[in-house]
Design a protein around this ligand. Structure first.
Ligand code: IVH
Length: 689
């Protein structure tokens, strides 16, 4: 990268020479535009966000000294215009069309057949296949390569002028790259709210008891319709371009897919999953592939779109009133459905928590049939005003398990009955109790309750705990029911002779299981602590405890006070840990586990600051509210971490600040640990002094 002249107005004796400043302004703008393109259009950043901000500050400083050199397409000019009192109207010179829908492979076949009949051909037809982004359709107008106007679709003929708001979206270039773009170019696409950013915004709103948005599409629409563009800017919207409207003073390629590639070359963001397929079968395969990836994307899609790729054929096919004959949207199954609550049953968890589970009339939601879903706790049932027999709305958002979101109270039948917590544990018959101040009801029988034993052993063997492959729910149930395993330590006493007596357990699978059990003996302290299943001790608390104590022995003798001295561990959690570790039954299980050979390397004690994060690779993304990027980076490095600019499967942890985008999405896809700013601060405070 070319080095840049850092000009700090406050310490400069005199203004720099105007000619030099003009050249430097141009150079900085080009460099910033280039990095914006690498980041947003290609998702391949070449510099850190902090470096980008530094370049932007330098440009801003120079422009402050020479205000007459500011131009609308400068990267500094995304936010700043005064709030509007209303949006003005924009007439679309070419109408913004909508799409006909297909709801199954048969509809797609019909669509292809109609096209072939109309074109009187038997030859294969190529289709550009694209995800259908669930956002807000927007038109961008570029004149001489400069962004001059952004508009909503409105009714297709007249929309609203949202130029000021569109300018704030970093994914939209204010200036096109290259020089082969048409004089006037209207680009169309979908502005969307990235899912991770949406979730964070709603979490924050919930914490402040403010109104939340129903879904990312509503949030995107609401954000674009802000009269104050600073609000839009804070939302972290993004965009994918999918077609062109008006084009004059220049030629575009003869195929839609090539036009998209050209748009990408000019710095506009085009969806990377677009593919050209031939005929209905290829289109349906594309549909299946995208449907299977739907949950891993950082944007919501509600289907896929197939477009005849050749523009001459598009023209020949023409259009109906509002929809082109050459394109169709193959919609995904709806993510919301209505069904009936048949019953509520109660399940007993690892810590005895009695959880209500809805038994539903089976229904399709987002392509999967659901017949059960958790209702979490009795407060949730009360909040929903839910009765057995009710008609309910079930919703599935992204990768979230479907849940009951509301009750159609008007449909309540006469025979509807209230949901009542059982007085006795459904697994062992012991009393069910509710500890004051807690939301949950619990079985009072502890590990004498078979359901709790099963859950605690299943938790012990789970992937993030001891990771014993093959020891899943069904096998644990059999082992407990057959009295072969009473506690986690018994797992290490299992033999092949005993295992083969179980249902569906051949010598080979028994051998594999024993091997997995043996391998699990070599573990880590955080995993071991987590595996014990102490109430309120999740993965991250287990990690904190391991880092603080370094080994198990000092943890076993720790007082409640010492536990509370650990950042993030409050009096309730400290009490739970202390109670667990003073119960003779638990101590004897821990001793038996160690005697069976379960072991771990001693953790680097917390006060040995330098190496806490030794060997780890961390990534910072989004905006942090209380720390600068550089500061966060320096402090992580001090603790031994390597701080990288991109996420890969080797990344240990991603710190996601506000408006984190593609890196966060990638971390989610790869299953990399993600923490927020508060978690980071806690970690830094704990180890950085
Ligand atoms: S093409 C003539 N491509 O879906 C073609 N639309 O129901 C017009 N949409 O209003 C649109 N992703 O807002 C096209 N890849 C995509 C799309 C897409 C989302 C939206 C667009 C349009 C609506 C049509």
């Amino acid at each position: 990268m070319i080095s840049c002249i850092v000009i700090q107005p406050e310490i400069m004796p005199a203004k720099p020479d105007r000619v030099a400043a003009e050249a430097e302004i141009k150079r900085l703008r080009d460099e910033l535009n280039h990095h914006n393109y690498l980041y947003h259009a290609l998702d391949e950043p070449a510099i850190t966000d902090a470096e980008f901000d530094r370049l932007l500050r330098n440009l801003n400083d120079l422009e402050t000294l020479f205000p007459d050199l500011i131009s609308d397409d400068s990267p500094t000019q995304r936010v700043g215009a005064a709030p509007l009192s209303a949006f003005s109207q924009v007439s679309h010179e070419l109408p913004m069309l909508s799409l006909d829908n297909a709801f199954g492979a048969d509809d797609v076949q019909d669509f292809v057949r109609r096209i072939k009949t109309r074109l009187q051909t038997d030859q294969p037809i190529e289709f550009a296949c694209e995800p259908k982004i669930d956002g807000v359709a927007v038109s961008l107008l570029y004149e001489g390569g400069r962004f001059v106007r952004g508009a909503t679709r409105g009714d297709g003929s007249v929309g609203e002028d949202i130029t000021q708001n569109v300018r704030t979206i970093d994914a939209i270039p204010l200036r096109l790259m290259g020089d082969d773009y048409p004089d006037r170019l209207e680009v169309r696409g979908e502005v969307y709210f990235p899912v991770a950013a949406f979730r964070r915004m709603n979490e924050r709103a919930e914490a402040r008891q403010e109104r939340t948005f129903a879904n990312p599409r509503n949030a995107a629409a609401g954000s674009l319709r802000q009269l104050d563009s600073r609000i839009t800017a804070s939302r972290g919207l993004s965009m994918f371009c999918y077609s062109v409207g008006l084009v004059s003073g220049g030629e575009l390629p003869a195929r839609h897919s090539e036009i998209l590639a050209r748009l990408r070359g000019w710095g506009l963001r085009v969806n990377p999953l677009v593919e050209v397929r031939t005929d209905a079968r290829g289109c349906s395969e594309f549909y299946e592939t995208i449907l299977s990836r739907r949950d891993s994307l950082d944007y919501e899609i509600d289907g896929v779109v197939f477009k005849v790729d050749r523009i001459d054929l598009q023209q020949e096919l023409g259009m109906l009133t509002r929809t082109p004959r050459w394109a169709v949207a193959h919609k995904f199954p709806p993510e919301e459905a209505i069904t009936v609550l048949r019953d509520v049953e109660f399940q007993v968890g690892r810590t005895g928590a009695i959880t209500p589970v809805a038994r539903l009339e089976p229904v399709q939601v987002g392509g999967v049939t659901i017949s059960n879903t958790t209702l979490h706790n009795m407060d949730e049932i009360e909040r929903l005003n839910l009765m057995v027999g009710d008609t309910v709305v079930v919703q599935r958002a992204g990768d979230v398990i479907p849940k009951v979101v509301s009750v159609l109270v008007g449909e309540r039948p006469d025979h509807a009955r209230a949901v009542v917590v059982p007085a006795h544990c459904p697994a062992c018959g012991a009393d069910v109790v509710r500890i004051e101040g807690e939301v949950v009801y619990r079985c009072s029988n502890g590990l004498a309750c078979a359901a709790q034993r099963k859950e605690s052993i299943r938790h012990f063997a789970s992937r993030l705990a001891m990771d014993i492959e093959g020891l899943g729910e069904k096998l644990v149930n059999q082992l407990v029911d057959a009295d072969m395993v009473h506690n986690p330590a018994d797992v290490y006493g299992l033999t092949e002779e005993a295992l083969v007596l179980l249902d569906r357990m051949a010598p080979k699978s028994a051998g594999n299981l024993l091997q997995a059990i043996e391998a699990s003996k070599h573990t880590t302290l955080p995993r071991f602590i987590y595996a014990l299943g102490i109430q309120e001790v999740g993965e991250s608390t287990a990690r904190l405890l391991a880092l603080h104590f370094g080994d198990l022995a000092p943890l076993l003798v720790a007082s409640e006070q010492e536990l509370q001295s650990i950042a993030d561990i409050g009096p309730i959690v400290a009490a739970k840990i202390h109670t667990f570790l003073t119960e003779e039954h638990n101590l004897s299980v821990i001793r038996a586990l160690q005697e069976a050979g379960v072991h771990w390397p001693v953790e680097t004690p917390a006060d040995d600051g330098e190496r806490i994060l030794g060997g780890e690779t961390w990534v910072l993304t989004g905006t942090l509210a209380t720390l600068t990027r550089d500061e966060a980076k320096a402090r992580l490095i001090k603790l031994g971490a390597k701080v990288s600019g991109s996420v890969s499967k080797n990344t240990t942890c991603v710190v996601a600040g506000d408006a984190a985008g593609s890196k966060l999405a990638k971390a989610e896809t790869l299953g990399v640990r993600i923490i927020n700013e508060a978690d980071l601060l806690m970690l830094l405070e704990r180890h950085d002094g």
